[in-house]
Design a protein around this ligand. Structure first.
Ligand SMILES: Nc1ncnc2c1ncn2[C@@H]1O[C@H](COP(=O)(O)OP(=O)(O)OP(=O)(O)O)[C@@H](O)[C@H]1O
Length: 503
């Protein structure tokens, strides 16, 4: 919580201390006290009890500015500070909520003196707020290109941007250009063609599909090795919102959905810093190269994702309906799954920004050092399972959707592992129900579900026996045919909180 600490805990590193009053309140005098990490206020009124003592964490502050009173006769100097502390009713889930405080000083009879005092406070609060946590590595003010899909989720992304995100970005003094997409693949073309140096970060307000376009657009550029380092950020405006839910989780927030998730993610955009993002490079039997930041699914999960499109108007509930429908008519898929375990000595040589092309020329492609061509057998030290599968899922972020905490072992977006989950046809419906119910809280792996397997891997290959099933990459449908992929640890950058910045 950002408020209501006891003054007994006031530290000794006081940087500023002055008398103000809070407006619009009763006008009683307050003692304001600023330390490196907190703003304290205490009423100076004799009648006040201990409960009037409050403190705010500067790590929760997104904006502070000084101003003069509107009335020229008003000699007061003012500053307004905006915080987004984590708040929640007793026992309820906490999430970021806006709190503003405006303070007035009349320390002198001179209007300019009072304004300058307020300005000193505002500047110091801004500076200290910026310095909280790891270095931001984004210039101040930052310049964002916001790509927004108005058709994502239930189609409210533009309204939500205007009501929930724009005010926060404006208050945080972030500069942004809003680009509303008009058709599929437009975001992909925009990031392929634009001079990326115009922006400090590309912000995607949509579901995972638009981020998929952006990452693939960046990788299709002749200068892909530099372009993929462009800082990315996600704001949930789709139905699944898996990356947004994962970033929310890595940033230390509780699992929330809807506008609560959006506010948390907008706060992360304002206050976070770039951290490494793993990218999985996939190659299909038709030699198509696909770049993925989230997942590859075959079987139950991709069936639910795509077949529930018709319930899109329901928002996230579409996945529960889709799961129920598919459970009643369970399908199985024959095929071969091969993988290189993460425990193997063999590692991706490109990890964390190492040389990723076959030579230093920009035109070279990203080399998948762990893979052999798809028409050749996998290396002998790989593991292979040939079976009838209900589901195969390769996941590299903690959440498969806003309420699907599928890989709780993942603590950050650039850990360098693919988490392979698969269930064979021997899994019962009861176990599948248990699996999907426990997944909401991420407790499914504690339950020893028979015929469900989890292996951390570096690379994998899936060879379906038939082409009739549905395969998805980051929620987007691809041909159901042999495919293989390997992780490129920390190839991209995404804004998050709670971890050290990308070196
Ligand atoms: N203006 C537009 N009209 C129609 N489709 C669009 C438009 N802009 C982008 N798209 C496409 O919409 C698809 C779905 O977008 P997105 O994945 O972002 O939302 P979603 O499917 O609701 O969310 P999630 O993937 O999280 O479930 C993407 O494949 C994208 O290419």
């Amino acid at each position: 919580m950002g408020e209501a600490h006891d003054f007994a805990s006031v530290p000794t590193d006081v940087l500023l201390c002055d008398t103000f009053s809070q407006v619009p309140e009763d006008g009683n005098s307050l003692s304001l006290l600023l330390t490196r990490s907190q703003l304290f206020s205490q009423s100076l009124s004799a009648a006040s009890s201990g409960s009037s003592r409050t403190s705010f964490q500067l790590s929760d502050c997104i904006s502070c500015r000084a101003f003069r009173g509107k009335d020229p006769k008003d000699i007061g100097g003012y500053f307004k500070v905006i915080f987004y502390p984590l708040r929640g009713m007793l026992g309820a889930t906490s999430y970021r909520q806006r709190i503003t405080r405006t303070f007035r000083t009349e320390a002198s009879r001179d209007r300019e003196h009072n304004f300058n005092l307020a300005k000193t406070w505002a500047q110091k609060i801004c500076q200290l707020s910026y310095e909280q946590g790891p270095p931001r590595l984004l210039p101040s003010p930052p310049r964002f290109l916001v790509l927004l899909n108005p058709r994502g989720g239930t189609g409210k992304a533009l309204t939500l941007f205007e009501t929930h995100v724009m005010p926060m970005l404006t208050e945080a003094n972030a500069h942004f250009t809003l680009f509303v997409t008009e058709r599929p693949n437009q975001a992909r073309e925009v990031v392929q063609e634009q001079d990326l140096s115009t922006w400090d970060a590309i912000v995607v307000m949509s579901g995972d599909g638009l981020m998929f376009e952006v990452i693939n657009g960046l990788m299709e550029r002749p200068d892909w090795a530099k372009a993929i380092k462009k800082i990315l950020s996600i704001l949930p405006g789709g139905s699944g919102n898996a990356l947004a839910a994962s970033i929310n989780h890595y940033s230390g927030h509780q699992q929330v959905t809807g506008t609560k998730l959006l506010t948390n993610c907008a706060f992360i955009l304002c206050k976070g810093h770039p951290v490494p993002l793993d990218i999985v490079s996939l190659t299909t039997s038709s030699q198509q190269r696909i770049f993925s930041f989230l997942s590859l699914a075959w079987g139950f999960i991709s069936d639910v994702d795509i077949e529930s499109e018709k319930y899109r108007f329901m928002g996230y509930a579409r996945f529960s309906i889709g799961t129920f429908v598919r459970l009643t008519a369970l399908r199985t898929y024959r095929g071969r799954l091969s993988y290189l375990p993460a425990s193997s000595e063999e590692k991706d040589t490109t990890c964390n920004g190492g040389s990723s092309s076959s030579d230093s020329k920009e035109t070279q492609i990203l080399v998948d050092s762990l893979l052999v061509p798809l028409d050749q057998p996998v290396p002998s030290h790989w593991h292979t399972v040939e079976d009838q599968f209900v589901l195969v899922l390769a996941l590299y972020q903690s959440h498969l959707g806003a309420e699907h905490f599928t890989a709780p072992m993942i603590k950050g977006p650039g850990e360098g592992n693919i988490h392979l989950f698969y269930a064979t046809s021997r899994i019962s419906r009861k176990s599948l129900i248990k699996l999907f119910m426990a997944m909401e809280k991420g407790t499914h792996l504690d339950q020893e579900i028979p015929h469900l397997f989890h292996v951390p891997v570096q690379a994998f290959r899936i060879e379906p026996s038939e082409s009739s099933g549905i395969m998805t990459v980051d929620g987007e449908v691809i041909d159901c045919s042999p495919i293989q992929g390997q992780i490129h640890c920390g190839l991209g950058n995404v804004i998050s909180m709670g971890q050290g910045p990308h070196q």
